[in-house]
Write a protein that binds this ligand. Structure first.
Ligand code: NIG
Ligand code: FE
Length: 411
């Protein structure tokens, strides 16, 4: 399949932008009246439509014409941290929380993660499949075409495998790229009383099966005294790395420690970071670990945002993700959350859009997407507007009207 698509009033390529640190809006490449040449799902060339069109005619390459009105084209979004395979919901927790109970209070009272674990264990494969698929449909309409999905509501070998099998099945049928991550180390399940023993059990009984059945290449852990403290998390992650897994960490959500461990172990990402101080910010900035901030969790919990501005100023690679989950972050709207975070933290448009495209791709070790550039996947969205600045301005209320995944128009 080879074609030229156009024309677009503006094309926001996100080419040539640094992979870490501060980004100025002056550095954004905006191609006016642009076209994009695609072959076998990948980008061959971008440029002025008037230059590309005669070349296409000459080589008998069809033109996919985008008619009527003005369009702004950019890479489609990448959500690099979600927990969308779950049963039930936690509306009860939310009511308690907005009335003043804390996240940890609710967990201690039998709500929280373990409540979703019960409901997820009760759910059949088909129910989980349908729930997750419904969420993915919504995400795609919001412009997300690559998404990470964590397990973590099974917390036993069989139940974690069930969840990862659901994700694998959906992934094989979905046009989206779905990256599965094992978060069996989300919290201690009721069947175990010893955290170290539970993690050793996962290391021996679960991780080898994941590799054998090709269910996941990534391992995550919630590092927090109430979940898994740093030292026993270190051992688990080292073992996971030795078995060939990439690692990422739920880090510094309520107290610091996780991000330090992420840097020490060269994790792909350290996610959350609401509690990070200058020390953690510097560690992350001087590492290759992506700092993933999750405004949806701050909004859901009514807590301060992670220090995205300071992370960027220090030189870190900052990605923004929804953390979409039934407890702390039930909203799941990436563009809305990125827009709100940008207003609150004073992020430039370039920094904000980078954080939900190529910098989020970096957190997933996917160097082949997130920019409109020769050799990259033609994963892209078009908004019906005249100026790229409207994309954040409408705070998630303007949806993309067109989405292409690997060059194929899905809507
Ligand atoms: O990333 N912090 C740990 N895990 C999730 C919350 C999961 C839940 O509450 O169900 C998070 O916010
Ligand atoms: Fe999370």
């Amino acid at each position: 399949m080879e074609k030229l698509i156009g024309k677009f009033k503006q094309m926001l390529s996100l080419r040539h932008l640094a992979s870490k640190g501060v980004l100025a809006d002056e550095d954004l490449e905006i191609i006016e009246d642009a076209g994009i040449w695609v072959k076998n799902g990948k980008i061959v060339e971008i440029g002025a439509f008037e230059t590309l069109a005669p070349k296409a005619h000459k080589s008998h390459i069809p033109i996919e014409e985008i008619v009527s009105g003005n369009w702004v084209l950019m890479p489609s979004f990448i959500d690099c941290h979600t927990h969308i395979c779950f049963g039930g919901n936690r509306a009860k927790d939310y009511a308690l929380r907005i009335a003043g109970k804390t996240y940890l209070d609710i967990a201690k009272a039998g709500g929280g993660i373990l409540d979703t674990v019960r409901k997820t264990r009760e759910a059949t494969f088909e129910q989980l499949y349908q729930n997750t698929q419904n969420i993915l449909d919504k995400m795609l309409k919001n412009g997300v075409s690559t998404i990470e999905v964590k397990s973590g509501y099974g917390l036993s070998v069989a139940e974690e495998i069930k969840i990862l099998e659901v994700i694998k099945q959906i992934s094989s049928e979905s046009p989206m790229t779905i990256i599965p991550t094992c978060l069996a180390a989300h919290t201690l399940p009721p069947e175990f009383s010893e955290k170290e023993f539970y993690l050793a059990h996962l290391t021996e009984e679960l991780l080898p099966v994941l590799s054998e059945k090709k269910l996941s290449k990534r391992v995550d852990i919630f590092v927090e005294p109430s979940a898994f403290p740093m030292d026993i998390a270190r051992k688990y992650l080292e073992n996971a790395k030795n078995q060939g897994f990439e690692i990422c960490i739920h880090a510094d959500q309520f107290s610091v420690g996780g991000s330090r461990l992420a840097v020490e172990l060269q994790a792909l990402s350290a996610d959350h970071l609401e509690a990070s101080t200058a020390e953690e910010i510097n560690l992350l900035a001087n590492s290759s670990t992506v700092a993933v901030v999750l405004p949806g969790a701050s909004l859901g919990l009514g807590m301060p945002f992670a220090p995205a501005r300071q992370l960027l100023d220090a030189g870190a690679c900052v990605a923004i993700s929804t953390d979409y989950n039934p407890g702390s972050a039930p909203m799941g709207n990436l563009l809305l959350q990125a827009s709100v975070l940008a207003a609150q933290e004073k992020l430039t448009t370039a920094e904000t859009l980078a954080a939900i495209t190529f910098r989020a791709a970096q957190a997933l070790a996917l160097p082949d997407r997130g920019r409109l550039e020769t050799g990259f996947w033609a994963d892209m969205i078009a908004f019906a507007c005249e100026d790229y600045r409207e994309i954040l301005y409408w705070q998630g209320q303007m949806l993309p009207s067109i989405l292409w995944k690997e060059g194929r128009r899905l809507f």
